[in-house]
Design a binder for this molecule. Sequence first.
Ligand code: AMP
Length: 420
Amino acid sequence: MSTFNAPKGTYDLLPPDSATFLAVREAIARPLRNSGYGYIETPGFENVELFARGVGESTDIVTKEMYAFETKGGDRLALRPEGTASVLRAALEANLHKAGNLPVKLWYSGSYYRYERPQKGRYRHFSQVGAEAIGAEDPALDAELIILADQAYRSLGLRDFRILLNSLGDKECRPVYRAALQDFLRGLDLDEETLRRAEINPLRVLDDKRPDVQKQLTDAPILRDYLCDACKTYHEEVRELIGAAGVVFEDDARLVRGLDYYTRTTFEFVHDGLGAQSAVGGGGRYDGLSEMIGGPALPSVGWALGVDRTVLALRAEGVELPLPTVTSVYAVPLGEEARRVLFAKVTELRKLGIATDFAYGGKGLKGAMKNANRSGARYAIVAGERDLAEGVVQLKDMESGDQAPVGLNEIVAELETRLG
Ligand code: AMP
């Protein structure tokens, strides 16, 4: 214990659990790297205005959950609550879209911050791995991203997740639907805040989780009935391509997402073992976002998968990832001279790529062997004065308990052979 604890709504990633986090990030990244996505990293904070315009002034993320602050220099900044606006900002700033190679395909991994009410699966600091394909309107691109996310989850061994799919229409048909929905919502018995939301962003009301609101929405107009022909054709094509890839999905006509910038394809990955915070990832097409932040028209699509919730989903399904052994060899020196000699062997082994650790702090044999055990090492090498005088070290197989002397000059090669 110290005087300080992690801030509310945050937690620390500690070994050995942290290894699972790294493995999840890697599993999500692998299919992206394999499909032409390049890695991008942007700052943890941005001009607050980027999110206000890019994510939307009417979203909870911007109005309630953003960590916004003014710097000593008078800049208005915000910790990033999501990745898409930053990635698009960076791509535009670097003119990646002008390099003549559209779509620009990027992936990222990092920390995001939202001032939310903390609960299981919902934190104020969380991790996402995301992907964005910028500057192309092609149903195959939407399909590609959904297929890659499915592949990532499956490669982790997850089974109890579902893919929900919808189309939110475009700037032709969405306004017509929006007006119809608004008309409908005005006739309902809703609290003042919800009525206000209905005026600013009526689609968000469909996302209201409260049962008394949901009950009134049974007969709400459905966007599907308002889609224009172009949006319908586009959506059909996305559905066909995903289906042809053998990826199972569910049409969810009610699916809207918390961010303002989505158009057409919208999807969410939900896991049935997570309770209230069931969304493990989500995304969609955002054809208007570039223009909203002052760029040219660049139809784009992307997703972000939550690392924290994916780890919770693995736990819920009882999936144990095959994590690499942390330490293969543990060296135990007994005495001053042995410390120098064994430490040199440790460095040699490490240079060969063999994961090796060392008993620091001049512990006695018993304590050091306990640490060797805890490290999970396959072998221990032990040496005292008498061993060194004979030019050997003791090589102990930690599984069988067998121990035998090996020449000091042979030990590195011997371990290399044994560990394959
Ligand atoms: P969103 O940008 O809200 O669509 O979030 C995408 C994914 O990030 C979600 O499906 C979650 O897995 C994850 N996520 C979003 N907000 C949080 C949070 N407060 N705590 C943990 N994970 C989150």
